[in-house]
Design a protein around this ligand. Sequence first.
Ligand SMILES: [Zn+2]
Length: 259
Amino acid sequence: MDNVEIKATQLSERVYMLTGMGGNIGVYVGDDGVVMIDAQYKGLADKISAAITEISEQPIKTLVNTHFHADHTDGNAAFARKGVNVVAHDNVRARLAANSDFDAVGLPKMTFKQMHSVDTGDASIKLTHYPNGHTDGDIIVWFPNSNVIHAGDLFFVDRFPFVDLNAGGNVQGYIDNVRAVVQQLDADTQIIPGHGGLSNRDDWIRLVDMMEATRAEVMAMKEQGMTEDEAVESGLSEQWADWSWNFITEERWIRTLYK
Ligand SMILES: [Zn+2]
């Protein structure tokens, strides 16, 4: 953590993207205070706070979690201790509360099921839940008056996505959710992905196109009677090699698709 640098990029008058280690952070500077989306790791909380202070002298008022994974929520408690109100989907709170390693001070105080608006004094940030994709608590964050959204981990840029099958994730749901969101975007929409650089609609469509194409390859192997291990052994076609990365390797992606 000592070597991690938090870098801020301004995307619109009031919206910023922060990168460090873990899920990308979104920042909205409201008239009533700052709203941050995701918190990365607790060891980075001071650096993240400092980076936000550079952007605005307003206090951080609200922290929204896009889902429950630690690389987005581990910093929750550090911000909650400073009086920041943590907001997330109902299932995020339930999963964090069930994890004895999670600092309970950082549990979301405000939760919701379908949709929630965060009032910022000048406008509202809209949070919408999409069921069973990356996890069972994923939300999309719609920043007002800016054509910018935070996609959480429904968006991994040009790499195989993590679909958390043990936490309500589902490949078909992931594809359906992304298709439903991209319909509402235009070519100029700036998308903060969970992992990867600032992206656009076409980048996101490329992800779900890849998911469908690789799934078809794995389903064909399955229909030929191959076991999961045999499918891994056989591998995907060469064109997908670049999507493999250290966390979701080709092997892990094939196993996810096969399941
Ligand atoms: Zn995640």
